[in-house]
Design a protein. Structure first.
Lengths: 255, 295
């Protein structure tokens, strides 16, 4: 496929420990920009842990120790001079469970721009509208922008969370099983959305759903007990796996 | 098998009896209080009782107006909240979000201890320390609204700190992570997302603290001055509803005695209303986080 896309995130020899337990072993991986990379693997293999190293969400957990390097845009994000706030502005995240704030739809989306200093109402209006369009949600919520976001359906809430991330104009969007709590129709909507978003953003998505990984991703990484077993184009990984463990997992999952 | 079933039935009955006992106690107290207090209104109108400041129960032409004490209770309670809420909120936020494990354990046990100190000891502390400060600041005896409010604020602090901390900790982790992942700072996250999300719980804590302050008797009695007049500012002496009951109870007879029960009814209604507000606040906090508030 498009092997020559520029690299956005470059991970070298990344190790991660939760206290004394090692959760990631010497991960090496380059993420291409403007593409969708899927992270797959059995439960507990370290997909979420890996994803959260990319925007330093693991900083919040006591006892986490990290070695190796993660370079975003050429700079080591674990270097002491890195501004975590800036990093997270650039590398946004959508969570497994939709997590809208208990405030209005509008305020949810304006939250990011506001904390980054944008106060002008008309600018905010514009950002909110643009983000809702990008997240394919505007039609459904335009009459209830100022009502609580908690009143939306799960699928709408998840697209709202995507819109909220897009509102801060990130470069990379990390998604941890974004559709696992949703019904098939909402899932399909988000998958369609991903196709569209990929033109502008670099997306890394964790998923347990092999069909989903097959449908949406350009490249796929297979994790097993903290190791990155195989990383290649999704096509190759699914139909032409080099590693026996990958093959077993894929064939098992497709049944 | 059969024996086991019988045993479980028995346990169920005992538990039900205990639960019923607490309901019965509330009913019993209510009925008793009203039965003893209501007859006063044959002599004095409700309006006069509530809105007159003439409290001369032993005079030739007795006056039974408790407005001074209602005002006294409100004054010291609200003033104590003005002090306790900002301090308690800050401490609760610190415990839930900022402190490390070791210092929060230390602070938490200190707060628990504070909650367990008998109110008479607070009163002693009030006499020894707080009235002295009050005297220096305001002149006069030092036994006044300010002293009573200050003692009460220390007493309500544990409730407010605890509930603030618990409400913040009870929030789903995703809320905090969602905010931080957008590039918000920790402090922005606390102020703009966590506190608003926990506000009903925190409000419930404040009202619970308020209930404690209104009902407190001994500590305020020891530092409030206890003059049966409307409180005049921070340095004025104050008598609260509770103080009124306890002060006159030892010698009151006849209508005077009845009027103390009637004072009790007013106090009871205050607490009842506060409790209702707490329940409503808690209900809306649950639906606010999980349910549909949009519709
Ligand atoms: N906060 C934590 N403290 C200690 N160990 C943790 C923590 N979070 C995850 N782990 C452990 O790290 C390993 C990887 O967990 P992780 O959540 O990254 O797996 P995952 O691949 O995302 O699994 P799933 O598909 O179930 O989401 C697991 O063994 C897990 O128990
Ligand atoms: Mg996971």
């Amino acid at each position: 496929m498009q092997e020559d896309k520029p690299v956005t995130i470059s991970v070298k020899d990344l190790d991660l420990w939760y206290g004394a337990t090692r959760a990631l072993n010497k991960i090496n991986l380059d993420i291409e920009s403007r593409s969708i990379t899927a992270l797959i693997g059995p439960s507990g293999c370290g997909k979420s842990t890996f994803l959260r190293t990319l925007n330093r969400m693991n900083d919040l957990i006591d006892g986490v120790r990290i070695e190796g390097s993660v370079r975003y845009d050429g700079r080591d994000i674990y270097a002491p001079e890195t501004d975590v706030i800036d990093l997270r502005k650039q590398v946004g995240m959508v969570f497994q469970k939709p997590n809208p704030f208990p405030m209005s739809v509008y305020d949810n989306i304006a939250y990011g721009p506001r904390v980054h200093g944008i106060q002008d109402r008309s600018v905010l209006d514009e950002i909110v509208e643009r983000s809702l369009v990008q997240a394919a949600l505007l039609e459904e919520v335009k009459d209830r922008l100022h009502k609580s976001a908690l009143g939306l359906s799960g699928g709408q809430q998840q697209r709202l969370c995507i819109a909220r991330v897009l509102a801060v104009e990130p470069d990379v969007v990390l998604m941890d099983e974004p559709t696992s709590a949703l019904d098939p129709i909402s899932t399909a909507k988000i998958e369609t959305l991903l196709e569209d978003l990929k033109k502008r953003y670099t997306i890394i998505i964790v998923t347990h759903n092999m069909q989903q990984a097959g449908r949406v991703s350009d490249k796929a990484a297979f994790f097993l007990t903290g190791d990155l077993v195989e990383y290649s184009t999704t096509k190759d990984l699914f139909f032409n796996p080099k590693d026996e463990r990958t093959e077993n997992y894929i064939s098992g999952r497709f049944g | 098998m059969v024996k086991r079933r019988l045993f479980e039935r028995g346990v169920e009955k005992v538990l039900f009896a205990c639960a019923f006992l607490s309901v019965a106690a509330v009913l019993f107290i209510t009925v008793f209080l009203f039965q003893r207090g209501i007859p006063l209104f044959r002599k004095v109108s409700v309006l006069e009782f509530l809105f007159s400041t003439r409290w001369e129960p032993t005079a030739e032409n007795p006056g039974y107006g408790i407005l001074s004490f209602i005002l006294g209770s409100l004054w010291v309670t609200l003033l104590s909240l003005v002090i306790a809420v900002p301090v308690g909120l800050s401490a609760g936020i610190y415990l839930a979000e900022l402190s490390d494990k070791r210092s929060s354990t230390a602070i938490r046990s200190a707060v628990e201890l504070l909650a367990g100190i008998p109110s008479v000891v607070y009163g002693l502390f009030g006499i020894a320390v707080i009235t002295t400060i009050s005297r220096t600041v305001f002149g006069g005896s030092g036994y006044n609204v300010a002293s009573a409010a200050l003692v009460l604020s220390i007493m309500t602090l544990p409730t407010i700190i605890n509930i603030t901390e618990v409400s913040l900790r009870a929030l789903p982790r995703e809320l905090k992570e969602g905010s931080l992942a957008l590039g918000a700072t920790h402090w922005q996250t606390i102020v703009k997302v966590l506190l608003p999300a926990a506000r009903s719980g925190i409000l419930a804590g404040v009202i619970l603290g308020m209930g404690r302050a209104i009902g407190e008797t001994m500590a305020v009695l020891m530092v409030g001055g206890n003059a049966p007049i409307p409180p005049e500012g921070l340095s004025g002496m104050v008598r609260t509803l509770t103080m009124n009951i306890i002060t006159d109870m030892s010698y009151a007879v006849g209508d005077h005695l009845t009027s103390l029960f009637t004072t009790g009814i007013v106090l009871f209604l205050f607490i009842l209303i506060l409790n209702l507000i707490v329940q409503l606040a808690l209900k809306s906090s649950i639906s606010g986080i999980e349910g549909d508030t949009g519709a």
